[in-house]
Design a protein around this ligand. Structure first.
Ligand code: ADP
Ligand code: MG
Ligand code: MG
Length: 204
């Protein structure tokens, strides 16, 4: 069964942009606490560019949409998050090339995205980064709950909250050492919005 069409993938990118726009201030505030305060700006601008590109291009496959988003994020978003998300979407695109997007292939694509973030950021689970949320999402797709998308949202939400208690060992927040404790990681929050946006289109 196909779970994600080209049209839904385009809609996914638009739904991500909407969330980055609405939550721009929140993401910026989180990044002001433990980073340099640009995460909301980076994400909103990056996905505005993604949507702009998508609106001006015709796509035949889900992989092509994801690849286009990946290229745009890597090229247009300064900072750590652009290349990391660019890599994640590029790995998904590569995994889905010439394949229909069924449950199994989609799971593999998320696993590949996770590996991409790990490779690019040298991140492990529990380092207070976006990786934590992707790890949780990949684990969820491996479980039997897999079609209960609301549970995916809840699992990601719990992971964001878990980043609060952690010290960061990657990215700018690592400079703060234990002073990062008590703050949620901005990248885990933006990753959450990506999965929340995904669920919103899968449930259409
Ligand atoms: P910058 O820190 O360069 O200003 P952003 O503010 O846009 O970039 O993104 C910061 C987010 O990127 C962090 O909250 C964290 O989730 C993520 N991040 C930073 N470095 C890494 C890394 N090495 N591996 C995984 N994620 C990382
Ligand atoms: Mg920043
Ligand atoms: Mg920055």
């Amino acid at each position: 069964m196909i779970i994600l069409t080209v049209e839904q993938t385009i809609q996914w990118m638009k739904e991500i942009h909407k969330r980055m726009e609405v939550n721009k201030e929140q993401l910026t505030t989180l990044d002001q606490a433990i980073g340099d305060g640009d995460h909301g700006i980076n994400m909103e601008r990056g996905f505005a560019e993604v949507v702009d590109k998508i609106n001006n291009t015709d796509y035949d496959t889900v992989a092509d949409v994801l690849k286009s988003a990946a290229m745009t994020l890597t090229a247009k978003v300064g900072g750590a998050s652009g290349p990391l998300y660019g890599t994640a979407f590029l790995k998904m695109a590569t995994a889905l090339q010439d394949k229909e997007v069924n449950q199994q292939n989609f799971k593999v694509a998320i696993d590949e995205a996770l590996e991409g973030i790990k490779m690019r950021g040298k991140a492990e689970f529990g380092e207070k980064t976006m990786y934590d949320v992707w790890y949780q999402a990949a684990a969820f797709l491996d479980s039997e709950k897999v079609e209960d998308w609301q549970e995916l949202i809840e699992a990601c939400q719990a992971t964001i909250e878990d980043t609060r208690a952690l010290i960061a060992t990657k990215g700018r927040a690592s400079y703060l050492k234990e002073r990062a404790i008590g703050h949620v990681d901005p990248g885990s929050m933006s990753s959450f919005y990506m999965f929340e946006a995904l669920v919103s289109v899968l449930e259409l």
